[in-house]
Design a protein around this ligand. Structure first.
Ligand SMILES: Nc1ncnc2c1ncn2[C@@H]1O[C@H](COP(=O)(O)OP(=O)(O)OP(=O)(O)O)[C@@H](O)[C@H]1O
Ligand SMILES: [Mg+2]
Length: 273
């Protein structure tokens, strides 16, 4: 399968600070990649390279046939790779939800009758269609973040990059946003890159990339990562609670399969007897 995004040996320098040091990575159609790592490990810097918000000091980022360093390619890149950030308040600009979602496709020059269809479709995907006439500032954090996601979806991207999209949300808002992300990946086969400090969210991903000091240190599936408790420690991460309990039970000789979900762990325990 051809990757949608190919990051090739990318370095990024902020003045004296080298934030990325030779990062290579491919994102495929239907992918779900979680990116984790301690504060300052380079996750956001990497995310901003995926749609050309930042350009490599060295190396290349190719999105389909476009390169982020080619000024004539940049709008094609931005349409193919959508970005959602931590703070929903900084991402909503219009006075109604529907105008907000229309903003992206308007900028892409999409004809106005098609914009309306795209807005409704995108709001439906994030389960916010009933709120389209409302003002964004009347919404909860989770609702705002879902509108921000809809705004990106209305541009019909092939990859959705989310930089800690749940960091500022309460548990309910967080759950709503995670469900939407999961749905987009499962139902629409949209490729997802999810940057997160919440290790429970990593369980949803097919692959996890762990960064440290501007480099990719580990690339594996979530189960493989959390079975390696020493490595997880070294990377400044933690093992999700339920998974950690499974690790502990295995350490004491119980043969239980790894599980992220409490019910799954209970089932694994029942099977082990
Ligand atoms: N605009 C900037 N100017 C100078 N240095 C920066 C800038 N943005 C980030 N850095 C530095 O680059 C390195 C990587 O930062 P980055 O924000 O990519 O990390 P991160 O993994 O996203 O961290 P966090 O988990 O805190 O969001 C850090 O050393 C940071 O201090
Ligand atoms: Mg960051």
């Amino acid at each position: 399968m051809e990757p949608i995004i190919e990051v090739k040996d990318v370095y990024h320098q902020y003045g004296e600070t080298e934030a990325l040091s030779g990062v290579s990575l491919e994102i495929f159609p239907g992918d779900f990649v979680a990116v984790v790592g301690a504060n300052g490990s380079g996750k956001s810097t990497l995310a901003r390279h995926l749609n050309g918000l930042l350009l490599p000091s060295k190396g290349t980022v190719r999105v389909k046939n476009f390169y982020t360093h080619n000024p004539e390619d940049i709008w094609s890149v931005r349409a193919l790779v959508g970005m959602v950030f931590q703070n929903p308040d900084n991402q909503l600009v219009a006075t109604t939800v529907e105008e907000d979602v229309a903003f992206g496709p308007e900028n892409l020059g999409v004809p106005s009758n098609e914009i309306r269809a795209r807005v409704d479709e995108a709001l439906k995907w994030v389960n916010m269609l009933d709120h389209k006439k409302r003002s964004p500032h009347q919404l909860s954090g989770g609702q705002k973040q879902r509108v921000a996601i809809a705004g990106v979806l209305a541009m019909h991207p092939e990859v959705l990059v989310l930089d800690e999209p749940t960091a500022m949300l309460d548990p309910v808002g967080r759950e709503e946003v995670l469900q939407v992300i999961n749905h987009l990946n499962k139902e629409l086969q949209m490729a997802i890159v999810l940057i997160t400090h919440h290790m429970e969210e990593v369980a949803m991903a097919k692959r996890v990339i762990a960064m440290a000091e501007g480099k990719i240190k580990v690339e594996c599936n979530p189960i493989e990562l959390f079975l390696q408790t020493e490595l997880v420690d070294e990377l400044g991460l933690d093992v999700p609670q339920v998974f950690a309990l499974g690790n502990l039970l295995r350490k004491y000789g119980l043969e239980v399969d790894p599980a992220f979900d409490p019910e799954e762990l209970v089932n694994a325990l029942c099977r082990s007897n």
